[in-house]
Design a binder for this molecule. Structure first.
Ligand SMILES: Nc1ncnc2c1ncn2[C@@H]1O[C@H](COP(=O)(O)OP(=O)(O)OP(=O)(O)O)[C@@H](O)[C@H]1O
Length: 329
């Protein structure tokens, strides 16, 4: 008999269909720094997974363990179903990685850089090299600049060339460490739309970033790190919904509105600087919202707007960690 669909969900929950699974993954550097602390990460197949955290929160250390570049102190990491770092040589050919900026030869053209990179890969077929290099250049929009020396490339072009290198062979997983770091807004847009395009082909993309809006714009799932610990993970929409949002009252009688809201037990009541908006914590119960509105009107407050502003991932982060987020880049 066919198993009920709950089984599929259990599989996901156990991480059977996951592309990356870590359990209690921990890294303590020799100097004693605990960079990653008992991390349980589950990256579903087909997701664009954002690995979010401020500088120093342990993202690069985690990625280096996932790629078999450094050994964990304790815990386990499985990538594409195999244990790292033991299976590094079997796993890495299926993974395209862009970590800490691409290593390029400035005196070689973009095209020759890719050819060299491909030649260093023992799993790459030299007979198809030319055509695969051309396809990768086309994919990242560098065909016209393919003959230029890499040292003449802008930072964004270098980053795109690095992505092209990751795309020389079909990959099941792309791992991108801060792929838009240091790029101007145009460069960022280009990389982000490229990531979306790659993901629409079904490739799982794992991308680290310290930029919340980047994660909200391109990712289906996210994990939030702070000081080496996992704060939360899941679908981006659910993470944002987890934060309750903000009660917002628009009124010319802001001071009165603030007083009434406080009397009604609303927490964190704040009058905004331009003094026509009052914000506060959203009450737990929908009925209380109607009562609040009635109380405002009953007290003679001219209510021009009354509602809840949707929470962003940033609100969720602040709610979870009690910290602000460095969004300035
Ligand atoms: N090789 C190392 N030896 C000792 N400590 C290290 C080493 N590499 C990183 N650390 C420390 O481990 C912590 C986590 O660093 P990590 O680079 O993983 O964070 P990150 O989130 O990737 O930040 P960034 O975006 O700045 O790279 C930091 O406190 C860092 O100083």
């Amino acid at each position: 008999m066919e198993e009920p669909s709950a089984t599929a969900w259990q599989k996901v929950n156990r991480g059977d269909d996951a592309v990356i699974v870590t359990r209690a993954l921990t890294k303590r550097y020799r100097g004693g720094q605990l960079a990653v602390d008992a991390l349980d990460l589950t990256v579903p197949a087909g997701s664009v997974f954002g690995f979010l955290g401020p500088n120093g929160s342990g993202k690069t250390t985690t990625i280096r363990m996932l790629m078999g570049l450094i050994e964990p102190t304790s815990g386990t990491a499985r990538v594409l179903g195999q244990s790292m770092p033991r299976a590094t040589r079997a796993v890495l050919p299926h993974v395209g990685a862009l970590i800490e900026g691409p290593a390029l030869y400035g005196f070689l053209s973009g095209r020759d850089n890719l050819a060299r990179y491909d030649a260093a890969d023992p799993t790459a077929d030299p007979r198809t090299r030319r055509i695969r290099v051309a396809a990768a250049l086309d994919r990242v929009g560098l065909t016209a600049a393919a003959g230029k020396k890499a040292k003449a490339y802008s930072l964004g072009m270098k980053q795109r060339l690095g992505l092209a290198a990751a795309l020389l062979q079909p990959r099941r997983l792309l791992v991108l460490d801060e792929p838009t770091n240091g790029l101007d807004p145009q460069g960022m847009r280009e990389i982000r739309s490229l990531v979306r395009e790659l993901a629409s082909d079904g490739t799982t993309v794992f991308l680290s970033s310290h930029l919340l809006d980047e994660i909200e714009q391109v990712c289906t799932h996210a994990a939030v790190m702070a000081q080496g610990r996992l704060i939360t993970q899941g679908p981006v929409a659910e993470l944002a919904a987890g934060a309750r949002g903000l009660l917002v009252v628009t009124t010319p009688d802001a001071a009165d509105a603030a007083r009434v809201l406080k009397e009604q037990g609303v927490a964190d009541v704040v009058v905004t600087e331009d003094r026509d908006r009052v914000t506060g914590e959203v009450p737990e119960d929908d009925r209380e919202l109607a009562d609040l509105n009635a109380a405002l009107v009953g007290a003679g407050v001219r209510v021009r707007g009354f509602g809840i502003e949707r929470a962003s991932l940033e609100d969720a982060f602040v709610a979870l960690t009690g910290e602000g987020f460095d969004v300035a880049g």
